[in-house]
Design a binder for this molecule. Structure first.
Ligand SMILES: C[S@@+](CC[C@H](N)C(=O)[O-])C[C@H]1O[C@@H](n2cnc3c(N)ncnc32)[C@H](O)[C@@H]1O
Length: 212
């Protein structure tokens, strides 16, 4: 079972700073989708890999957020975001593949741009299913592997190694859609689309909702 995360003392703080700096632009790119996906969320939300807290602006003030964030360099900005948006933050320095939350205990799990980075995404999805109550909801936005023989797949191939290194394990060629489809949720809606931005390797994306 994968239970460790390698905290990098240089790239960790750099990425944390960068995610914080980019949060306005990310809101421009993802705001509409996130507002729709997070609408009517319950009082307690579990977020896998919240990074610097990009999603807190879409949560109601006073929401209890259980943040599964193994990268300790994200924690300072995560706490700052919680203060800014009035979120009751509980950080767990553990990986999504090995959560210590009880079975069938959570109504709502959020994950954005994370399945690319977790070491074992299938195991992480299995854990999400485990902690969700029956009829609990998992909402996600992820970038995925491009269709073969396209310009974006060429760019993903060329940038693969430096991107993986700089973004601490971000694999731009993951087929997260297939993993979600084989995870056995009772209902799954996935929309495939392209998000055009200067970050070409993460152009092909999926967003959607899975129900346990
Ligand atoms: C690209 S960032 C996305 C941050 C945020 N969700 C967002 O949308 O801006 C990926 C995040 O996943 C976290 N992460 C990496 N491996 C993880 C794991 N195994 N379990 C949980 N989170 C993980 C990283 O520390 C990082 O904060």
């Amino acid at each position: 079972m994968c239970t460790t995360f390698e905290n990098n003392s240089v790239r960790g703080p750099v990425n944390s700073w960068m995610f914080k700096m980019l949060s306005g632009y990310m809101n421009h790119l993802f705001g509409k989708s996130k507002r729709a996906l997070f609408k009517n969320h319950p009082q307690t939300v579990v977020e896998i890999g919240p990074g610097a807290g990009a999603n807190m602006r879409y949560l109601r003030k006073g929401t209890r957020l259980i943040a599964i964030e193994p990268n300790i360099h994200m924690h300072v900005n995560l706490k700052k975001s919680a203060t800014k948006y009035g979120i009751c933050l509980e950080i767990k320095t553990i990986v999504g593949e090995d959560m210590d939350l009880p079975d069938n205990s959570i109504e709502f799990v959020v994950c954005t741009l994370v399945m690319c980075t977790v070491s074992n995404p299938a195991q992480c999805i299995e854990q999400i299913k485990r902690i969700l109550k029956p009829s609990g909801v998992f909402v996600f936005i992820e970038h995925v592997r491009a269709k073969e023989k396209t310009i974006v797949s060429f760019v993903q191939n060329v940038t693969f190694k430096p991107w993986l290194w700089f973004f601490e394990g971000c694999n731009t060629k993951r087929d997260t859609k297939s993993m979600l489809e084989s995870a056995g949720f009772s209902s799954l809606s996935i929309e495939e689309y392209n998000s055009y931005s200067p970050f070409v390797p993460i152009t092909p994306q999926i967003r959607g909702r899975a129900i346990k």
